[in-house]
Design a binder for this molecule. Sequence first.
Ligand SMILES: O=c1ccn([C@@H]2O[C@H](COP(=O)(O)O)[C@@H](O)[C@H]2O)c(=O)[nH]1
Length: 274
Amino acid sequence: MTFLEMLGAAERQNQSMLCVGLDPDPLKFPGRYKGDSNKIYDFCAAIVDATADLSIAFKPQIAYFAAHRAEGQLERLMEHMRRVAPQVPIILDAKRGDIGSTAEQYAIEAFERYGADAVTLSPFMGFDSVAPYLKHEGKGAFLLCRTSNPGGDDLQNQRFASIEGQPLLYEHVARLAQGPWNLNGQLGLVVGATYPAEIERVRLVAPTLPLLIPGVGAQGGDAVATVKAGWRPGAPIIVNSSRSIIYASSGDDFAEAARREAMRTRDLLQAARA
Ligand SMILES: O=c1ccn([C@@H]2O[C@H](COP(=O)(O)O)[C@@H](O)[C@H]2O)c(=O)[nH]1
């Protein structure tokens, strides 16, 4: 199955637009795992088991594994996710962006070493830095477009003056991803839930692309406004929440608490479609 087919299947089966983000920081681990970087796999696997039937996707953030020399635990976790939730696609949040020859290696890392179904990319270095990922048939690639952080303004909200009508830089990225860069329909966009007006703007420019939308939960993005701005029939949104789900409890009941928070968020998002 392609990434897009998996996304559609998970959305229907789990009635969900919620992506559970896996950002494991041992210092924030609850209960019996607190401070132990050897427990990254166990912690994340417990969250996956508790939320697999509630999620449209999982999004492990690679920095949280690499920082603790836990790439081996990430490989095991990827295998675990594929085993317990084969219908739920995995988006590796790596935000890669480099010249073509190096991008080829990053693509092999994401899709072959880790077996990810999709990856996040910076479009800043241009199309030849994105193209190597598109050679991996059926895999998805989400370009950073209008990110959830306040500093996203510094570049993304600048006018792209050489183009007629002078779009903002993030609008230009959306236009490229919807059009000439999307050779085989593999591209999507990252747009922050913290900026619903911009999500709406991106949806106008990119009416069919899947949008990966982080920023609800810990960053304070409005889940209902996000759905209203970004969801359209046939145009999927993948709304990520990481810390507010995985650290919903500081005790040994963290997996049960994660499930409750995931269910609450999933239901809130679904209700906003009405
Ligand atoms: O614009 C962006 C792009 C990526 N992220 C990533 O999403 C999660 C958000 O975590 P929360 O705990 O739900 O705030 C994290 O992995 C970021 O690296 C983003 O926040 N904004």
